[in-house]
Design a binder for this molecule. Sequence first.
Ligand SMILES: [Zn+2]
Length: 316
Amino acid sequence: MEKQKIFAGIDIGGTSLKAGLFSESMELLKRFSTPVTREANPEMSVDPLISWLRSPEVTDSFNLVSVAAGIPGIFDHEKGMLTLAANLPQWVGFPIRDYLKEKLKVPVSIGNDGNMAALGEYHAGSGRELDSMLMLMLGTGVGGAIIDKGKILEFNSFSGEIGHIIIDMHGVDCPCGRKGCLETMAAKSGLIRMLHEALEKSESNRDAYKNLSEISPLELSNLATAGDPIAMEVYRKSGQAVGIGVSNVLNILRLDGVVIGGGIAGAWNGFFKSLEDTVAKTVFSFDPEKIKIRKASLGEDAGIYGAGVAAREAAN
Ligand SMILES: [Zn+2]
């Protein structure tokens, strides 16, 4: 019996390496996950994946055709390695593409993790029937990508740094060295900072915020949903900042839609109305029927789906 053709989509992050095996129609057939740590050599995470892909669990039923991986940082496509990676310093200079190619003997394609997540949502998630879209990932930082007709719009490896578009040139310092970037208002640390500011202005000492440094975006969202005025204010401001960022992009590119994912978007109810209102006010001749704004639907799996799509493309 002929074995089923499969494509492996890999998502390499700061804490784990995840992989999914996909059919030609992008059905997720099997999953794999192994830890990644800041200190560990890349081989310590990549070798268990290679062993799994060569194990009977995979090879008895499947024929691995190609592999693609998303990786966070600036990836040099000529050298096939990361040249800059804040969260994966040990991976800088590691020839990930050739290493996988040599061990697995199949075509390998590597791309930016944010781009892979965007491809995942475009082909298998909330962007499915959109022709062009902006994807924003709100989490520890703000990542993003623009897709047109199935392809990432990318001029060079610095393209798509949407987290650092300026929302307020007199705003607070961003870790990138500039002021008022979208990240300072839409990433996790930005939300916590805005929460501090709101608490300073508030009269009462708030029990709900006792362990301020521990509070997660989801907890903050739950407080906002429950009507807590301070949490609501933080989400309103964050939604507004994201709305301005989205408008800036839409006013230039007039895409069909915007898909928003990441941990902060898990706290959707808190800020979506503010985002929508801001977009409606600031996009040139806005029509909600023509520009769809949606929450991402694949969650943590967007990266493996997108890499699965990239692997299928790499095979052709
Ligand atoms: Zn910045």
